[in-house]
Design a protein around this ligand. Structure first.
Ligand code: ARG
Length: 459
């Protein structure tokens, strides 16, 4: 770039070194902000006309030119120039080349408040896109739960069989997690929804800019209250990255469940061919790649959050060029979670459940040992004693190779005199599930109610 051409050319005697251009450019990735940059510029120019800095025909030139540029970019016909560093300078320079009034556009504005504005607009849209994808995935989980609502599986703690639950209850656990993700994003939206423009490079402007007008035009709900904070703040990027990291972690946990369930050892589910791959060597293989990839990609998203926190932590006030490094991490996070959410919503619609293997795995009577302890409690035994007694029954069952539900009453009575024939009636999965009456339990009626609640709120 020649010295004349650089936007700050006045005080420089030579242009930038070629290496600086390639090292410092951000246009190769921040071009993605173009629609927001153009919207921001149109709002800013409209305000400049309002305060008498632009004449009507100058505003018209600027708006026409920006719209032409937007169309060119949409069509992939805009010439991005790395020697113009970033999306902001590319657009402004192209505008000014064609329309001289473009030279007035940057009045009262700095790229510092401009980039902060663009990124805020971008994140606000992105959050809404992610939220839609979260809703679609929730719906897909609920529909799966509906399809297989009578299927019982063992619930696990420590990856050891714990107690029988409905598969739908397990799936609804993810619907709850995703609901919190949705809320966290909504909360992050509030903090992103503040206009920094008008903060200038650091200390506002001596021109009588109308920030409220720009804010209104761009759909922000408030204007920032401190110019220094406004241009150096990237908390909203970190909050977004953190909320997204949790989305990625939730998808990773769901992935892990699906991977386990689809293994021959579990045999609970079969993921449709369209969403699995084979092995180049082993002809029998059918691999749950999407789940594995989503689990793997969560590492990037967590890493992006760490990068952003590290990026911010040593920065003195206010804008520092380091901040340019926020965008690739931000874009990567947004793209990654969006793609994972979308493909999961599809894949879950193509999963077949093997209810027999599920039932078989859940039918181990030991999974109802806690229900037996509850039975003793109902007869008046303190829980610790009941727990101990059932522990002894389990040990006896193991020692004699007798399933616990087939121990004789005589044997049980030796352990605790409280046992009667009726105690053995707890060994029914249905009875056990039906006996759980509190909100949040895997009782089939309650699960059914949860499924309908979600279905009506999601459709
Ligand atoms: N490309 C820069 C960024 O992304 C824009 C702001 C540059 N500001 C500056 N004073 N050099 O942060």
């Amino acid at each position: 770039m020649s010295k004349q051409e650089a936007l700050w050319g006045g005080r420089f005697s030579t242009g930038a070194a070629e290496r600086l251009q390639s090292y410092g450019q951000s246009v190769s990735y921040d071009w993605r902000l173009y629609k927001y940059d153009i919207r921001g510029s149109i709002a800013h120019a409209t305000m400049l006309k309002e305060i008498g800095i632009l004449q009507t025909d100058e505003l018209n030139q600027i708006v026409t030119g920006l719209k032409e540029i937007e169309t060119l970019i949409d069509k992939g016909e805009f010439q991005w120039r790395q020697d113009r560093e970033d999306v902001h300078m590319n657009i402004e320079a192209a505008l000014t080349e064609k329309y001289p009034a473009g030279a007035k556009l940057h009045t009262g504005r700095s790229r510092n408040d401009q980039v902060a504005t663009d990124v805020r607009l971008w994140i606000k849209d992105q959050i809404q896109t992610n939220q839609k994808a979260i809703r679609a995935l929730q719906l897909s989980l609920v529909k799966w739960g509906e399809r297989d609502k009578t299927v019982v599986i063992p619930g696990f703690t420590h990856l050891q069989r714990a107690q029988p639950v409905l598969l739908a209850h397990h799936l609804l656990a993810y619907v709850e997690m995703l609901e919190r993700d949705h809320e966290r994003l909504a909360d992050c939206f509030k903090r992103a929804d503040v206009l920094p423009l008008g903060s200038g490079a650091i200390a506002g402007s001596t021109l009588p800019l109308k920030r409220e007008l720009v804010s209104q035009l761009l759909g922000f709900s408030k204007v920032s209250q401190n110019s220094m904070d406004a241009i150096s703040d990237r908390d909203f990027v970190i909050e977004y990255a953190a909320a997204a990291a949790l989305v990625a972690v939730h998808l990773s946990r769901l992935s892990e469940d699906l991977i386990l369930w689809s293994s021959a050892e579990f045999g609970f589910i079969r993921i449709g061919d369209a969403y699995t791959t084979g092995s180049s060597l082993m002809p029998q293989k059918k691999n749950p790649d999407i789940a594995e990839l989503a689990r793997g990609k969560s590492g990037r998203v967590i890493g992006n959050l760490m990068s952003l926190l590290t990026l911010l932590k040593g920065l003195p006030m206010t804008y520092n060029r380091d901040l340019q490094e926020d965008k690739e991490r931000l874009f990567d996070t947004a793209d990654t979670i969006q793609a994972s959410l979308e493909i999961f919503a599809e894949m879950l619609g193509d999963i077949a459940v093997n209810s027999n293997s599920c039932r078989k795995a859940a039918s181990d009577p030991l999974l109802l040992a806690t229900d037996l302890a509850d039975w003793l409690v109902k007869q008046g035994l303190p829980f610790r004693k009941a727990h101990h007694a059932v522990g002894e029954a389990v040990a006896l069952a193991e020692k004699t190779g007798t399933p616990i539900d087939q121990l004789s009453i005589a044997d049980l009575k030796k352990i605790s005199s409280v046992f009667t024939e009726d105690a053995l009636s707890v060994f029914s999965i249905e009875k056990g599930l039906n006996a759980r009456l509190m909100t949040g339990s895997p009782n089939p009626k309650l699960v059914e109610a949860q499924l309908s609640r979600w279905l009506s709120s999601l459709t």
